[in-house]
Structures are given as structure tokens and as C-alpha cells.
Design a protein around this ligand. Structure first.
Ligand code: FAD
Ligand code: MG
Length: 396
């Protein structure tokens, strides 16, 4: 059995600490000032041990244990600080997307979220030539196209919002959207006969679903998922992050916001609602939310003005013109972002009274409507909302 004398033990401790010191100093070079400080402490202890001064061995062991606890706490701190929060912003889906995740594996979670967005964009963008949406459009009147679960699901739900809005929400509006070109360099007020020609192709009842095939019944029909696919994408990300046991995250797809949990201080998020008369970022009200989704459709999003008339991007399938029913914006608060995105546009098309009636029959879903006179209409279940711009008032 190996018996170690006291000086041997000290010698080994010495060596151990010295190696530890090298390792810890190496790591510390990449950390902040705090860690340099306790490397100096470590040097001092080594020096004390080496000189074998009269200080009692007991006290040296206490110092060593304190240092070891510091090292352990350092690694715990390092582990948490590396994984505690990741935020990333990119332009995708024609808008600014920001995903912010708190907790373990936050970097991986953000990476997976952006993979989902790219995947949805590749399937559902009308601006990507070989997307599933454009394959459906290219085969209109000719053949049914086999699509992914995601695209089929979004088209199927779109039809549900067409029914709820009596055709006011209609993804076959694409040819009319293209004719106006709002938000592109070709935006213009089309001639009436041009509108009449393309309006003829708009009718959600001519979308034939035979899972997983989709067919547009007539030639030159086209679908545009701009009014609902961002919400669906947000839901896909929400599900993936929940599967990864993420408890706190903000998914912001061009203002289509989904929240997982509350803020890291356990307080709800205080979400500003865009003032439809001002540039992006200015709000007329705020609402406290956690674990909910909030989506707004508004005239401010994409529009142009001609002869002091404002032409915005939410088009009526009835007359082919931007919807003019005194609504400026519709905000939906829900637990389902696909529904919130579809309903924000659907309710916009329905007009204030009909929209307020319809929302009361939809579970776990509330709305905030603003009209052109800055009157605010709230559905009965809206809570924790406050007006932040005194030009606005609750409608009587
Ligand atoms: P919403 O009210 O939710 O939707 C309005 C949009 O829906 C309009 O822009 C039009 O596209 C369509 N729409 C208009 N009237 C109706 C109606 N009555 N019923 C149903 N739909 C209607 N933008 C780009 O500039 N470049 C891109 O490459 C691009 N790619 C995209 C890819 C995807 C998958 C998606 C979902 C969107 C993309 N967009 C792109 C943005 C898109 O063109 C819309 O402008 C945007 O989604 C509007 O969303 P919103 O929430 O502001 O408006
Ligand atoms: Mg929408």
C-alpha cells in the first residue's frame, strides 16, 4: 500500500493545482475580468504552498476547497451563459423575422426555427418559381398536384376562413393581387376591364381538395397564401420549440407574434399594437400576453397612394378593389397563429359589426378592431389591453 508523507501530499496537491491553474487560466483568457481575478488567487495559493510557510495546513485546505467551489460555479455559469439566450433576425417570407429563445439549447432551437421558415417559404411562396403553390398555379385547369402535408393543411384551413367570411377571405385572389402589384415596383390602379377579367378567376369553391392532391378547376386560377402561411409557420415553430422543452421564446414573423411562456422575470410580455396611421413601430395600444399569439392585418402594411386615394393590399374578392369598409386594422389574439392570421384578414373583409359578431363564436380567440376615425372595438374577452395614444378611444 502506498503511504504518502505529508510533504508528498502537498507536492501532489501542488502539481494538481498547477495543472488546474494552467487549464483554468487558458479558459479564463476567453472570459471576463472576474476570472482573471481568481486566477491570481490561485497563483497566491500555489505560492503559499510552495513556500510552506507557517500557515496551518487546515487553512490551506479551506482555501483550496473555496477555489474548487469557485471553479465549479464558474463552469455552471459558463454552461448557463452559453445556452441561456439566443436571438436571430433574418429577412424571410418577404419580411423581417426575429426568433428569440431562452433556456437550454437555445441556439439549436433558433437554428431549427429558421429551418422551418425556409422550408415553409420553399413550399408556399408565390415568389419562388418551383414552390408547391406555383406548381398548383401552373397546373390550374390541367392537373391535380401532389403537395406536402403543410401546404395541404394551409389550403384546407384557408377554405374554412373563406366559409366563415362568406368569401371575403379567398386565397384564389392571387390574379387580382398580381394585377394591382401593391408593394412591388409595378403597383398601379388597373383598368376596370382588367379587373373584371381576373375577377372571373376568383372563387375558393373552385379549389378541389383530394388529400394530398390539390387542383384549381379553371385555367389562369392562382392561389396566394400571403394571408395565412406566416401564422401556420409560427405554429410549426411553436410546436417544435415546445417539443424541445423550451419554456420562453418570442417568434416574430413580420409582426405575426407567437409567445412561449412569459418573460424571463415571469412577467407577461407587454405587446404594442401598431398604429395603422403611423409608420411601423408606433402603437395605439398595448396588451399584456403570455403563451398566446397576436396577429394584425392592416391597411398600413402594404399600400400606395394616387390622387390622395390610399390603395392597400387586402383586396375584395367581390369587386377586385382594396376593401373599403372603414376598418384600418384587425388584431387577433389567440392560441392558434394560423387561425389568427387567417381571421385577421377574414374579419377585415367582413366589416365591423359582422366581424364582432363572428368572433364571439370562435373559441379562445379575441379581436381588437380600429376604424378610420380611430375608434377601437374590442371583443368581449379582451383583457389587459390599454390605449397608449389619446387620439384613439373605445367605440361607444
Ligand atoms: P394579411 O392581411 O395577413 O394578408 C394580406 C395578403 O394576403 C396580401 O398581401 C395578399 O397577398 C393576400 N390577400 C389580399 N387580399 C386577400 C383576401 N381577400 N383573401 C386572402 N388573401 C388576400 N412578400 C414579398 O415581398 N416577397 C416575398 O418573397 C414574399 N414571400 C412570401 C412567402 C410566404 C410563404 C408568405 C406567407 C408571404 C410572403 N410574402 C412575400 C409576404 C406576402 O406577400 C404578404 O404581403 C404578407 O404575407 C402580408 O401579410 P399580412 O399579415 O401583412 O397581411
Ligand atoms: Mg393574415
Amino acid at each position: 500500500m502506498l503511504i504518502l508523507s505529508q510533504s508528498d501530499t502537498l507536492y501532489i496537491t501542488n502539481i494538481y493545482l498547477f495543472i488546474e491553474l494552467l487549464f483554468v487560466c487558458f479558459v479564463h483568457i476567453f472570459c471576463d475580468f472576474l476570472h482573471i481575478i481568481y486566477s491570481i488567487i490561485l497563483f497566491t495559493v500555489i505560492y503559499l504552498i510552495k513556500e510552506e510557510t507557517a500557515i496551518s495546513k487546515f487553512r490551506i485546505y479551506i482555501v483550496i476547497i473555496a477555489i474548487l467551489l469557485l471553479i465549479i460555479s464558474f463552469f455552471v455559469y459558463l454552461k448557463n451563459s452559453i445556452s441561456s439566450h439566443t436571438s436571430h433576425t433574418e429577412v424571410l417570407l418577404g419580411t423581417v423575422v426575429n426568433i428569440s429563445v431562452y433556456g437550454e439549447d437555445s441556439k439549436q432551437a433558433v437554428d431549427e426555427a429558421f429551418d422551418i421558415i425556409r422550408d415553409m417559404e420553399s413550399k408556399m411562396s408565390i415568389n419562388i418559381k418551383d414552390s408547391e403553390v406555383n406548381r398548383i398555379n401552373d397546373n390550374a385547369g390541367l392537373a391535380a398536384v401532389k403537395v406536402s402535408y403543410d401546404t395541404f393543411e394551409v389550403v384546407k384551413q384557408s377554405i374554412e376562413y373563406s366559409v366563415i367570411s362568406d368569401g371575403g377571405f379567398d386565397i384564389t385572389i392571387a390574379p387580382v393581387v398580381e394585377l394591382w402589384g401593391i408593394g412591388t415596383e409595378n403597383e398601379r390602379v388597373p383598368l376596370q376591364n382588367e379587373i373584371d377579367t381576373v375577377l372571373d378567376k376568383v372563387d375558393y369553391r373552385d379549389i378541389e381538395l383530394n388529400n394530398p392532391y390539390i387542383k384549381l378547376k379553371y385555367k389562369d386560377m392562382k392561389i396566394d397564401l400571403g394571408a395565412i402561411a406566416k401564422g401556420y409557420t409560427a405554429d410549426k415553430i411553436y410546436e417544435r420549440l415546445k417539443d424541445m422543452n423550451i419554456d420562453n421564446a418570442v417568434i416574430d414573423i413580420g409582426g405575426n407574434i407567437s409567445l412561449i411562456g412569459s418573460k424571463s422575470d415571469k412577467q407577461p410580455y407587454d405587446i404594442g399594437i401598431q398604429d395603422p396611421f403611423k409608420k411601423r413601430g408606433l402603437h395605439f395600444g398595448k396588451i399584456l400576453l403570455e403563451d398566446k399569439t397576436i396577429v394584425t392585418s392592416g391597411t398600413y402594411e402594404r399600400f400606395f397612394e394616387k390622387n390622395s386615394v390610399k390603395y392597400h393590399h387586402i383586396i375584395s374578392p367581390y369587386d377586385g378593389y382594396p376593401i373599403d369598409n372603414s376598418i384600418e386594422s384587425v388584431t387577433i389574439v389567440s392560441v392558434d397563429s394560423t387561425a389568427a392570421d387567417g381571421l385577421s384578414t377574414a374579419l377585415f373583409s367582413m366589416g365591423i359589426e359582422t366581424a364582432l359578431e363572428a368572433i364571439e363564436g370562435i373559441e379562445e380567440t379575441e379581436c381588437i378592431i380600429v376604424d378610420s376615425n380611430k375608434n377601437i372595438y374590442l371583443s368581449s374577452g379582451i383583457a389587459d389591453f390599454r390605449i397608449t395614444n389619446d387620439e384613439f378611444r373605445l367605440a361607444e
